[in-house]
Design a protein around this ligand. Sequence first.
Ligand code: FAD
Length: 275
Amino acid sequence: MPLARFTTLGVGGEAEVWFVESAAQLAEAMEQPYRVLGGGSNLVIADEGVPERVIRLAGPLAERDLTPDPALSSADEIVTGWVGGGVPLPGLIRQLQKLGLSGLEGTVGIPAQVGGAVWMNAGTRYGEMFDGLHTIEIATPQGTVQVTPADLNWGYRDSGIPRNHVVTRVRLKLRQSTPDEVLTKMDFADTARKGQPKMKTPGCAFKNPGGVSAGKLIDEAGLKGTRIGNALIAPEHANFIVNLGGATAADVHALLDVIRERVVVPLELEYELWP
Ligand code: FAD
């Protein structure tokens, strides 16, 4: 199955995709070399695809139960039922806003799945995933464990969860607010995205070196609007490479090479490259 359809860039060749719906199926899938695919929003997957099987969470592992758990919730804190790692984050954030549940609204606009967003501790300056986590269920090669954030060595864009351990479900820890208040907070994070391109993209290409904007450095190197094949350095924001339609991973890699050659400051890649 081509992986392009599972990525926000719309690029990626063939792999054997396993849609797993239960702990038992996941354990079976993890018996051979594998990769875990979430929302595909931080990946550039090779045109040749990947040799490992690719695991995608589906069925109950992509469902959510936002009902407060009375045994775990208190007057100040609502702890929800289980939210599957395969749940798309944008829809979850919208649903929490409608319920007036506050805690994760700073992550609005991140096109991840819950599992991928937890694994990377995705976030913005307005908040991150670990702001709203109570329990994290993780499938490891040794079996399934349930941990709290305090059990993990998490930090900036890092959950501390080893690669290829699979975040299967989480319980959220939230505060009861009102839909209007949550919406107001979401608007701040949303406004910060106004300059980002709306086309197919895997997000920011490079990390900001030492607090300097990578986009500014790429812009100053005169590279905005550079096109190779059907991949383009976005005119709106130079740290975004977009797919004009029919781009290949090779086009994207060629643009990344041009940026690295022309920007004098060494830049560290933000995306994950498969393979
Ligand atoms: P994928 O891209 O599918 O995978 C990324 C990594 O997570 C892989 O190593 C994969 O194996 C692992 N993974 C996926 N699912 C699981 C799981 N269930 N268990 C364990 N590991 C898993 N990021 C930010 O932090 N802040 C932003 O503001 C932001 N804005 C973005 C805007 C756009 C338009 C785009 C395209 C991306 C943006 N990103 C942002 C990047 C991206 O959304 C995040 O890095 C996100 O955490 C990736 O999650 P994903 O589910 O798409 O994971």
